[in-house]
Design a protein around this ligand. Structure first.
Ligand code: PMP
Length: 407
């Protein structure tokens, strides 16, 4: 593999060279939201300046061209995740909305009193709360796949957790707190052997590892544009064709219909059935451009670069007395959570911020993970393709400085 030309790549991110608290910013918070490279910003600006009108409406050339650009972006997503058809790629506002869509359509259709929803112990709130809302409404029950102290799912008893009442299994591909890469292909195979469909939360996976929904045999796969070098306000729900076709619509309105009379409505075919109203057009095109950008860098080269940084950061952080890494799975993406003895993560985050090092401190929208490890919060550094060893060094000196202030 030819290593990434990181100095060149960094020129695509002006924020990295603009002083921040008087210093260049060290951005170690891509897991919260990735930075947007200039070509993606430019593509959205071009669309908005020269190509914009509404899509799927009217006969104007401009509208047809906007529709073509919008649908080309859908094709980029399809190819990126190797979905069989663009019909199975539904635009949403993000991972959260994708999962709510499944809970409110598939869930309402299939989940009834006494049924079970099986979730992993390391889910983000966006793969917990939509199911709790549904379970409350339906009188269904949520069960949890546990994890070990390293932050790996314990799958020995998976077949016992999947009962004849289990209607869906939800699992994150990569944990946003622990960095754990879950063996989702194996989980899906075992769930399918018991007739249970699987929803994969791919929010933290798509930026780091190549994802092939066909090879995984996933029933649903959700992710957000803004964690993949794209804009906010756009996300994707991939679904198995037979499931999507059988699911009732969720939001009603324009674009999702075939015909409307006062007696009733017939709905459009997928994906239109799930895309009521005017969609986020520039954002979809921006996500398409982001996919072009990361594919041009090469997903395997990105993974190799981030893996090297993660190994380096892990080694350097482990050498700091009083620092404990939370999440030591064998398979990890470039997300690194830690706690410092006697110092609250919010204090660590604020002091690092003043040194120009941007990290996230908190529960990371995964409070059950905090409870599992008996901690209120962690500090989390996450690495992307534009990060360097110097960024890791800045993190380490920042942490040593925090310890000095508190000593
Ligand atoms: N799942 C995971 C694993 C995440 O990390 C996030 C974002 N923190 C989400 C879901 C929610 O994504 P969004 O806020 O873009 O809908």
């Amino acid at each position: 593999l030819i290593p990434l030309d990181v100095p060149r790549i960094r020129q695509d991110f002006p924020v990295l060279t603009t002083p921040f608290h008087g210093k260049p910013v060290v951005y170690l918070d891509s897991a919260v939201s990735s930075l947007t490279p200039l070509p993606v910003v430019a593509r959205m600006g071009h669309y908005q300046s020269f190509e914009h009108t509404n899509v799927h409406r009217g006969v104007s050339t401009l509208s047809q061209e906007a529709t073509d650009r919008f649908e080309e972006a859908r094709e980029k997503v399809r190819a990126f995740i190797n979905a069989p058809s663009t019909r199975q790629v539904i635009w949403t506002r993000g991972t959260t909305e994708s999962i709510n869509l499944v809970a409110q359509t598939f869930g309402r259709q299939k989940i009834h009193a006494g049924d079970e929803i099986l979730l992993s112990a390391m889910e983000h709130h966006s793969d917990i709360v939509p199911w709790q809302l549904l379970a409350e409404d339906r009188g269904a029950r949520i069960r949890v796949i546990p994890m070990n102290d390293a932050g790996e799912l314990i799958l020995d008893n998976l077949e016992d957790l999947i009962t004849d009442r289990t209607r869906i299994l939800g699992v994150t591909h990569v944990s946003n707190v622990l960095g754990t890469i879950n063996p989702v292909k194996e989980i899906i195979r075992r769930a399918h052997a018991k007739g249970v469909p699987v929803l994969v939360d791919g929010a933290q996976a798509v930026p780091h590892i190549p994802v092939d929904v066909t090879d995984l045999d996933a029933d649903f796969y959700a992710f957000s544009g803004h964690k993949l070098s794209g804009p906010t306000g756009i996300g994707v729900l991939y679904g198995r064709k037979s499931l999507l076709e059988a699911m009732p619509p969720w939001h009603g309105g324009g674009s999702m219909i075939l015909s409307v009379t006062w007696e009733g409505t017939t709905f459009a075919a997928i994906p239109g059935k799930f895309e009521a109203g005017t969609p986020p057009i520039a954002q979809a095109i921006g996500l398409g451009a982001a996919i072009d950008y990361v594919r041009a860098l090469g997903l395997d080269r990105i993974a190799a670069h981030e893996h090297e940084l993660l190994a380096y950061a892990t080694e350097r952080l482990k050498a700091i007395p009083g620092l404990r890494i939370i999440g030591e799975a064998r398979e990890k993406a470039s997300v690194l959570s830690f706690v410092l003895e006697g110092i609250h993560p919010h204090d660590i985050g604020s002091i690092l911020d003043h040194a120009g090092v941007v990290v996230r401190a908190g529960h990371h929208c995964a409070q059950p993970v905090m409870t599992r490890f008996g901690i209120p919060a962690t500090t989390r550094a996450s690495f992307a393709y534009f990060n360097t060893r110097a960024d890791v060094d800045a993190l380490v000196s920042g942490i040593l400085n925090v310890q000095e202030i508190f000593s």
